[in-house]
Design a protein around this ligand. Structure first.
Ligand code: FAD
Length: 388
């Protein structure tokens, strides 16, 4: 069988439907959200109802979990379309961190844990958070994990401090990584547990995540043994189970934002005059558009290839590292060019380019900074004598 870069007619038609939904239903709500980010959650809730009516909800989940039952490779163009608006992924209930948490719960949770945490999450009734990073502990290097889980009879008592926990404010539950005697372990901690305190929402350059990025204190945070997600001591392996596909779904969504940025920049270039000709007729502008198209095209092929391998059940650690570095950096460059092409309009919030620019920057840091992924790719290539 030869190479096949296309998707089936059914997936193409679903992609078209998502594009139309984003254009007609989601994008018209962007200005309202930008004017009052406190309304993000309410707007997302209304959009979710519309996505349910249109049959576009939960594209990433299997049918038995109420999703569209797409393979990972078929998910790529769908999340790319959703990513054209920052409100899109949440409208489809396919946004981080819930999307990665759903994946983890679907594969690891007990029937009771699924009923309590996964079901309401799938329905969009609650939000969740994933708490791994610590101010001076686990970060780029997760081995520095400082949060501990001490046994107290059959229960565990968690102590530590986490920060940059997306969606913390208002999260119904947290998946917390803590070090038990047997090793790093994942715990499901109720947001109302008196031992879990939201110290603050960290002011940050990106602002479009409902619940912000929280700093939380775990102090005498007692949970029963039924709070362990998966097996005690397997936390790092499970975090990886979450991260490999989650890095790719991030790439899919951010690719869509890059596409939209170029759509906006190109539209401006066809309407704006400078020095006796339209912007689109200046070669400097053509070069910026060309470079962006080339990078988005390469990014899309990398995402599709890694997704295709993942769908076949193959290991994709190497591919996700390469793809995550390339896509996060390429989309950043695309945003920068789009702002440059649109001049002052790009800096304004009349169009969402300056917002995209701010929101995409952290992607080079979370889910593994570029330097860490580069180091892994380089080591693998050199020590395992990989052919390029
Ligand atoms: C917007 C955003 C959302 C986030 N959401 C979450 C969340 O929901 N849950 C959660 O647990 N965490 C979250 N994080 C935290 C994120 O996972 C960490 O920021 C990331 O793992 C890096 O850790 P750190 O910030 O402590 O950086 P550090 O570990 O302090 O690293 C700082 C810098 O050092 C450099 N560096 C590190 N290691 C190497 C190396 N081996 N070689 C060369 N250079 C290196 C890199 O440039 C890196 O950026 C989020 C972060 C951001 C910015």
């Amino acid at each position: 069988m030869g190479l096949n870069f296309g998707h089936s007619p059914e997936i193409q038609s679903l992609q078209q439907k998502v594009r139309q939904f984003i254009d007609d239903v989601v994008i018209p709500r962007e200005k309202e959200a930008a004017a009052d980010l406190g309304r993000l959650e309410a707007i997302s809730g209304e959009l979710q109802e519309k996505a349910k009516e249109e049959g576009l909800f939960l594209p990433q989940m299997p049918r038995e979990a109420g999703g569209l039952g797409l393979s990972f490779e078929d998910l790529a163009p769908i999340l790319e379309e959703a990513g054209r608006s920052l409100l899109g992924p949440r409208a489809l209930n396919a946004a981080a961190p819930d999307e990665g948490n759903m994946h983890l719960l679907y594969h690891l949770a007990t029937p009771e844990q699924k009923k309590r945490y996964l079901e309401p999450l799938l329905e969009g009734r609650i939000r969740s958070a994933f708490a791994m990073t610590e101010p001076m502990g686990a970060g780029a290097d997760p081995d520095l994990l400082q949060t501990v889980a001490r046994r107290k009879g059959k229960a565990f008592v968690l102590s530590g401090r986490k920060w940059f926990i997306t969606g913390a404010e208002g999260a119904a539950f947290f998946i917390v990584l803590a070090r038990a005697e047997e090793g790093p372990t994942l715990f499901l901690v109720d947001g109302r547990n008196p031992g879990l305190q939201l110290l603050r929402t960290v002011p940050s350059m990106d602002r479009w995540s409902p619940g912000g990025h929280g700093e939380i204190l775990l102090e005498d945070c007692e949970v029963g043994e039924e709070a362990v997600l998966g097996k005690v001591g397997e936390g790092f392996a499970y975090a990886q189970l979450r991260l490999d596909p989650a890095r790719l779904t991030h790439c899919m969504r951010w690719l869509g934002a890059g596409v939209r940025a170029m759509e906006l920049a190109q539209a401006y270039a066809t309407e704006r005059m400078a020095f006796g000709q339209m912007l689109q007729d200046h070669q400097a502008i053509q070069f910026m558009v060309a470079d962006s198209h080339m990078e988005l095209h390469a990014a899309r092929l990398m995402v599709w290839h890694a997704a295709w391998k993942y769908a076949k059940g193959e290991r994709i650690r190497h591919e996700t590292s390469m793809t995550k570095v390339f896509v996060s950096e390429a989309v950043g460059r695309v945003m920068d060019r789009a702002v440059q092409i649109t001049g002052a309009l790009g800096i304004s919030e009349d169009i969402p380019l300056s917002i995209f620019y701010r929101e995409v920057r952290p992607f080079r840091i979370y889910d593994g900074p570029s330097e860490v992924h580069r180091a892994s790719v380089g080591k693998r290539a050199l020590y395992r004598r990989l052919r390029p």
